[in-house]
Design a protein around this ligand. Structure first.
Ligand code: SF4
Ligand code: SF4
Length: 295
């Protein structure tokens, strides 16, 4: 009689983070028994103190790398893991704590801690991929439980996870949600943000905050021009829109740098519209025109 196959060993690791991604996994209440049936839960301190030594077949990494010790730890985890997945905005883009990347970390330490010289930290908050090869990145702050389950299923069946790269707008339209930007002029990052949340914020009449990071081909210039010229957003409000959970994701980082000061924001949007109108006058001129409707 053939012996029972060995269950793959699953490890879940925490770095600089709020634990929300790990909680998303624990939130899969109806599926937890099935997960425990398919995987040996070898390391998951949020769920159990029991620890099984590595190596591990699948490591899920939550959180960004912010200290010298964490650099060593992620390298050791990589050595111990057959497949390593970065899970969530912190692990894939540095998280909200990557706001330090745009400022002086020494100033933050002095403002927060009575004895800042005791704090040993890196200047930047970076994703796992800045230090080790990562096999797959699961976006979101936090990722959706559907996508977490799909990732585990994909691992078991040796296929790629089904994580769409299109914008949130497509799912918003599919669900028949009235566009808050077109109908009410509310700034919404949906046109440049990867889908995954089920259009949670637009469903409740709020603009998207960009939790799932940039979609595959984000046109942040066009969207920002719309925000100022069509929604009446003050230029100084452009930069903070892009600096939140995915501030250090490259497309959002570039966008926020473009609008770093009100003057830069005004100039960038004026240049965009000048190029767009020139293109309208001369369609063969080679410049890209803005979409007629971002929503
Ligand atoms: S990605 Fe969001 S939910 Fe996950 S640990 Fe970071 S802050 Fe928390
Ligand atoms: S811009 Fe409109 S359609 Fe797109 S995500 Fe926002 S509310 Fe939805």
């Amino acid at each position: 009689m053939a012996g029972r196959r060995r269950k793959p060993k699953l490890a879940v690791w925490k770095f600089a983070s709020c634990d929300g991604c790990q909680l998303t996994l624990l939130d899969c209440e109806d599926e937890l028994l099935a997960i425990a049936g398919e995987f040996e839960i070898a390391y998951f301190l949020e769920a159990s103190r029991a620890v099984v030594a590595g190596p591990y077949d699948l490591s899920l990494v939550e959180g960004s790398i912010t200290t010298p010790e964490e650099v060593e730890r992620i390298r050791e985890i990589r050595r111990q893991s057959r497949v390593l997945v970065a899970m969530g905005a912190c692990a894939t883009a540095g998280g909200i704590q990557a706001l330090r990347n745009f400022a002086d970390i020494g100033e933050f330490k002095r403002a927060v801690y009575a004895t800042p010289e005791y704090v040993r930290t890196l200047e930047h908050s970076l994703p796992a991929s800045a230090y080790v090869p990562v096999d797959f990145e699961l976006p979101g702050c936090p990722p959706s439980r559907v996508q977490v389950l799909d990732l585990l299923d994909a691992f078991l069946h040796g296929r790629r996870p089904r994580i769409p790269g299109h914008s949130l707008c497509i799912d918003c339209k599919r669900q028949g949600i009235v566009c808050v930007m077109v109908a009410e002029g509310i700034p919404c990052l949906g046109p440049v943000t990867r889908t995954g949340c089920g259009a949670l914020c637009p469903r409740y009449r709020r603009g998207c905050y960009g939790c799932f990071g940039p979609m595959e081909t984000p046109n942040t210039e066009s969207l920002s021009a719309w925000f100022t010229h069509r929604s009446g957003l003050a230029p100084e409000r452009l930069m903070p829109l892009y600096r939140s959970f995915n501030a250090a994701a490259s497309a959002f980082q570039e966008a926020s740098a473009r609008y770093a000061t009100p003057d830069q924001a005004r100039q960038a949007t004026e240049t965009f519209w000048a190029r767009a109108f020139a293109k309208r006058e001369n369609p063969d001129g080679g410049e890209q025109a803005p979409a007629d409707d971002q929503g």
